[in-house]
Write a protein that binds this ligand. Sequence first.
Ligand code: BLA
Length: 516
Amino acid sequence: ITVPLSVDLSNCNREPIHIPGFIQPHGVLLALEEADLTILQISNNTFNLFGLYPEQLLNQNLSILLESDQINLLKDCLSPENFPIVNPIDFNIIINDRIVNFDGIIHRLNGILILELEPLGSEKNNAFFKFYHLVKLAMSRLQTVSNVREVSQILAKEVKKITGFDRVMVYRFDESWNGVVIAEEKPEYLTSYLGLHYPASDIPQQARKLYSENWLRLIPDAKYQPAAIVPMHNPLTDQPLDLSKSVLRSVSPLHIEYMHNMGVAASMSISIMKNQKLWGLIACHHQTPKYIPYEVRNTCDFLARMASLEMSVKEDSEDAEYRIKLKSFNAKLIEYMSLENNFIDGLINHEPNLLNLVNAQGATVCFNGKYFHVGNTPEQQDIHNLVEWIYQNLHEDIFYTDALAQVYPEAEKLRHVASGLMALSISKSQKNYVLWFRPEVVQTVNWGGNPNKPVEVTANGSIRLSPRKSFELWKETVLLKSLPWKNCEVNAALELRSAIIGVVLKKADELAQLNI
Ligand code: BLA
């Protein structure tokens, strides 16, 4: 495989992985003229699988390879009502007087028919009923659980059971496309990746786009020799063949290197979708090469689709629960404020307190020139300076940022406590504020930085970027940033503002009455 010499994170995004011009050699790819089944392009590994060279097959009719009953079988599959659901087609090809079974997997591409043939060895499965049974069991288990984590755990367990992969994980993306392993099934002797976070660049943008169109990919042997598609350009379109929907598409060499660095010999991943958007992946690893027949992959795909639905429902209700929880925190804080002589004690000295209300690590109430703290907050002088800056620059009731140092450079030295800030104004003229702080995200999560030593030096001594090295580069892009504030957290703060003002006014009123 040729790897471009200078690789950085930006050209990672640009590698056109849908048109690699190569396939993985555990099957053969044919591009056919749909009308007459002429072979227009073919992968150059045919000799290994059929005992025929590509030159013997190119521009010939498919009947050179398949008996007429098999051709008819294929033609039957092409009718509109059959087309989307035929895969895999059961082919028997006679090679050197031996019958070899193949799974035929077809799809259309602008009038070209792509046929991929995967030989079935001993795996040839009487599978349908077995897998129907497994899926039924898995589905009934999925329906008994109540939250996203439990759905993920069961999904990982069932996919491991069906496929036999060493390690099966559920990987979930965040708003910035970084991801975290939220469920994992693995044997004891493997180190755990559970809870580890990985940067967005590990699964670059064009790969995520592809994965939201084609939901399953298999790499049975990361040490494979790619097989070229010949001729490179399709004679009808004069373009390289778009392999977005192909099951044999050759994988980006950068990702192959990543797999080597992780000590993974085979992998499979399945997309988990929510509202037509990529939500996460089921990621499977094996330490030795491992082929999974199409029928089994299909079973996993089906299970992932079902689990996606369960997951969406559970996630939506978890969000709703979080909002309800914040509302109940607000109610408690109001109660505590009215119980205490000084309302600030009500915000700080009980459970839940100010921190819980917006999920912050530190909070300060600035009231009539005094500061009251809970959790991890900056030093007195730093808060004083920050309050001055807020007073000068902010004119709304609320201000929030997950990158304070970008607007207030002095915050750079406060990164460990205050990379993120939410400031709620109680009364501007008095410089009365509630401030909430969040630390730098790099410190709040476990980044899966270096699971195995990165390989940075190539055989000829030149240094190039390995996937793990990208972690260091990527870290630069999230320096001085906290986790983002959620809308419901901002709203919870705004609701608290009205409550505080209500309490303060009431107390002032009571005082005024006492003074009469
Ligand atoms: C693809 N990267 C992938 C895939 C996964 C990951 C799951 C899908 C392919 C597969 O199924 O194996 C990443 N795998 C992970 C992560 C974990 C895991 C995060 O097990 C965590 C436990 N990758 C890099 C960098 C580049 C890069 C720096 O780290 C680019 C320079 C590229 N990753 C990259 C590309 C693909 C990819 C291009 C697409 C591969 C393809 O489908 O051709």
